[in-house]
Ligand binder design. Structure first.
Ligand code: NAD
Ligand code: MN
Length: 811
């Protein structure tokens, strides 16, 4: 094809992603073993099953076919690990989950390529949807591990969980299973689907890299009849989490009945995609593409039934056919491809069979004029019109790129048609009339309802079915309850098992003394060189700023030794800082996920410099090295807590006596002025900054007057942690004087003051000008080290204000 042809036709050329990194990884690892106790072992049977590349139909590699002896070994490993893991402090588990999230991100491209090779889904989807959602799931649940002790008080892990997943989102389903299980303190034995084990095996490597304790995650590949049934029937498993077909789900319900095993089932669907005549039809067309041609239609919540209002049906169908004509089916690793390959020849045959059945049943079939590639397993996007609601193709889950369309006349009829199924996984509703859309949404029996959108997933929002689509939720806080039980329900087997295990002590690993630290560092300093003078400046608008006054303030240690100098801040510095904080107001509108990431980065970068920060605390306070390290470590944990809270402080939906809903959403207050307590120079500082910025506020903060150097040292940490300029501004100097300026400032929206009683009064008086909210300590101190007093809901409430958004609905 020459340039002129391309210009004329505007055809896309191929844009292949290299398969080599994936193939090389496979070569280096085959034959694949089973992952038990963080080690690879051969299957007891010595048998292997083939894994194919659906894009070519050729064999990719072979993976181990486990039998019940292997399952026994994996369950025993998980049981042993549970004794410890189930009692590991939440913060420690959070760190492991965080490490898994980072591991997924580090290997994201390899994971994307492997997933496309093994499953046949387009690289565009694995790269931009599956893998990012996997990382997000681990980050989000790291947060719940951190918060479990306070937010799920009274609940305990369930124990050893058997997890069985399907092939349509191999790694994503793994994440949906493993992340919440581990966060809540369970250990797992996971069985990937027969056709798609490779990314799970790559994930096992990530588990090793993250140095998870052996036995916490075990991955056992093989056939459903051998591995799946052995897990379901195993006497030492406390819960089964299953995603797959309704048929198998039903058999698992029967098999586990009366066994006391907890069970969650995420099953099939035949989800309605409801289009009203006032919908934006061009958006609808793109919505349909994402609803039924995403992942070749092999999506449990695919919008597979298009229900359209009669008067716009023909117009929509012709737009749809035009769009279908331009969809591209082909090589999954081609970045310009919309639809990849069907996972297996068996699945392809099943789709073909059901489509033939549809034709026999009298529906009208339409497919694009072009042909699919003949190597590999491909099926064209397909539209059935004139479908009658009782026919097979209108009722049965096809699990392929096949859309069946029906029409309705009134909203009531739309609801009736939408609910005319035994399933209830999801639905989309399309209308430009919000009253209508919100009226319909609660009437559809489905676990997720998307308004003017479709197939949206996030770790924060639970997913799962009504009716024969199963029970239990994955994601959100509701999803956690699938992996816990009331703490008083102590299972005797577990008690016996865990009483001989060690209970790890969180602080046990943190005992390095400062003497040891100093000893290590003395060798590297050349004794005769004078130290380089490090004068901390103020930090305003992301820049280090000299004080307007031109004066410095000397900071002395407890032994009266001069340990540093900080800028003497004044009114002008505060004004500049407030202005910078205002300019950074966009911080409130970033995603909660990004804000959480930044808080985690701060923790990460602080951890790297743990000892340096501990030394600084000793210098300023004369406390012991061990004590100072404890403060730094508590600070890191605090940052984890607020990273966790960032996307979990969510608000409510109220139900006043009317037809409608009220969304009560916590919003940031704006610019918060802050004065730090004197005890705990680092922890006191971060305990104020972290909740405020987590909730989207920007801050102007006056560090401890006596020991400001821990705070000023933090600006280097902020700079390396992607904290946007102006989000945190630090002005050093006389605390009460600077606080008063902040309290009087009309552009400061709230003032937090942790100091004397007189100072508190001063702040409350000065704040009356613009009626800003104040939070003062009246001279009382609190134990900043304790999680009860030093973090949590009280801080989050002070950092937010609730907006109630009233949404009446109904026509
Ligand atoms: P499947 O039910 O055949 O298999 C799912 C998993 O269960 C596989 O790992 C399989 O090996 C295992 N399995 C099969 N028989 C078993 C048995 N008797 N005991 C124990 N384990 C057994 O389904 P599939 O064909 O792999 O996946 C497609 C189905 O999954 C579709 O129906 C789809 O709707 C559903 N699905 C649901 C969700 C959801 O979240 N609700 C998500 C994805 C897929
Ligand atoms: Mn495969």
């Amino acid at each position: 094809m020459n340039v002129m042809d391309i210009f004329e036709t505007m055809e896309y050329g191929p844009a292949p992603e290299a398969a080599n990194p994936g193939l090389d990884w496979i070569k280096a690892h085959q034959p694949f073993g089973l992952f038990i106790n963080n080690r690879w072992r051969k299957p007891a049977s010595g048998q292997y099953i083939e894994s194919i590349n659906p894009g070519s139909g050729k064999t990719l590699t072979r993976v181990a076919a486990a039998n019940s002896a292997d399952v026994d070994a994996a369950v025993a490993a998980a049981r042993k690990a549970f004794a410890r893991w189930g009692r590991t402090p939440g913060h420690v588990r959070a760190r492991y989950l965080y490490a898994l999230a980072r591991g997924v991100q580090k290997h994201s491209r390899l994971l994307a390529v492997l997933e496309s090779l093994d499953n046949g889904k387009p690289i565009r989807e694995t790269r931009d949807i599956d893998i990012p959602l996997v990382a997000r799931h681990f980050y989000y649940h790291a947060g719940w591990a951190q918060l479990m002790e306070s937010e799920l008080a009274g609940y305990a892990p369930v124990g050893v969980v058997g997890q069985i997943i399907p092939w349509n989102f191999p790694l994503l389903m793994l994440a949906w299973k493993i992340a919440p299980a581990l966060a809540m303190g369970n250990t797992v034995v996971l069985k990937p689907a027969r056709y798609t084990s490779l990314t799970a095996l790559k994930f096992a490597e990530i588990v090793q890299e993250a140095a998870l304790p052996p036995g916490v995650v075990n991955i056992v590949t093989g056939e459903a009849s051998a591995v799946g049934e052995a897990l379901v029937n195993h006497p030492d498993i406390n819960k089964i989490a299953f995603t797959g077909s309704t048929e198998v789900g039903r058999s698992i319900r029967r098999a586990t009945a009366g066994s006391g095993k907890k069970l969650s089932l995420e099953l099939g669907g035949k989800s309605p995609f409801v289009v009203f005549d006032d919908a934006d039809l061009d958006s609808v067309v793109e919505g349909v593409v994402d609803a039924i041609w995403f992942n070749q239609g092999q999506v449990c919540c695919a919008g597979s039934r298009l229900l359209v209002q009669e008067n716009v049906a023909e117009r929509l169908f012709s737009k749809l056919r035009a769009r279908m004509e331009r969809l591209r089916v082909g090589e999954p690793l081609d970045k310009a491809i919309d639809i990849g390959a069907i996972v297996s020849p068996g699945q392809l045959k099943e789709i073909q069979r059901l489509v033939e059945q549809g034709v026999k049943e009298g529906a009208t079939l339409w497919q694009p004029s072009w042909a699919c590639p003949t190597e590999g397993y491909f099926f064209p996007p397909t539209l059935f019109t004139n479908v009658s609601p009782a026919t097979t193709i209108a009722q049965v889950e096809i699990f392929g790129p096949v859309l069946v369309a029906m029409t309705f006349r009134t909203p009531a009829e739309a609801v009736e048609l939408a609910n005319n199924t035994r399933y209830g996984l999801a639905a989309s509703v399309w209308s430009e009339n919000i009253n209508l859309a919100l009226d319909i949404a609660p009437k559809i029996k489905a676990g997720s309802v998307w308004i003017n959108c479709t197939n949206l997933f996030d770790a924060s929002s639970g997913f799962g079915g009504y009716r024969e689509s199963g029970f239990g939720r994955e994601g959100g806080k509701e999803g956690l309850y699938e992996y816990v039980k009331p703490a008083w329900e102590i299972d005797t087997t577990q008690e016996a098992a865990s009483s001989n295990g060690h209970v790890p002590d969180a602080s046990a690993e943190d005992t390095t003394s400062l003497e040891e630290i100093e000893a290590g560092e003395e060798q590297s300093t050349d004794g005769w060189l004078p130290p380089i003078d490090r004068t901390p400046k103020m930090f305003i608008g992301g820049k280090q700023a000299r004080p307007d006054s031109g004066y410095s303030r000397a900071i002395y240690g407890p032994d009266r030794r001069l340990i540093g100098q900080v800028g003497e801040g004044n009114r002008k510095d505060i004004r500049n800082a407030v202005e910078a904080a205002h300019k950074a107001g966009g911080w409130a509108f970033g995603t909660t996920h990004n804000r959480a990431q930044i808080l985690y980065y701060i923790a990460e970068n602080l951890a790297v410099r743990e000892r340096e920060f501990a030394r600084r605390i000793v210098e300023q306070t004369g406390r012991s090295g061990k004590d100072a390290l404890t403060e730094v470590q508590a600070t890191i944990s605090r940052l984890f807590s607020y990273a966790a809270w960032t996307d979990k402080y969510e608000g409510l939906v109220h139900r006043p006596p009317m037809r409608g809903a009220v969304l009560a959403m916590p919003e940031p207050i704006g610019v918060i002025g802050m004065a730090c307590p004197d005890d705990y120079p680092l922890l006191g500082f971060i305990s104020l900054v972290a909740p405020a910025i987590a909730m989207g506020n920007t801050v102007v903060i006056v560090p401890s007057q006596r020991s400001p150097l821990s705070a000023t040292d933090c600006y280097q940490v902020f700079e390396t942690s992607d904290v946007p300029a102006g989000v945190v501004n630090i002005v050093t100097g006389e605390r009460d004087l600077l606080s008063k300026v902040l309290a009087e400032h009309d552009d400061v929206d709230a003032m937090w003051y942790f100091g004397s009683l007189e100072g508190s009064k001063l702040i409350e008086l000065a704040s009356a000008g613009n009626m800003k909210r104040t939070w003062v300590s009246y001279g009382h101190s609190r134990n900043w080290l304790s999680r009860e007093q030093g973090e949590g809901q009280e801080f989050l409430r002070e950092a937010t204000q609730v907006k109630n958004i009233w949404i009446p609905y109904g026509e």
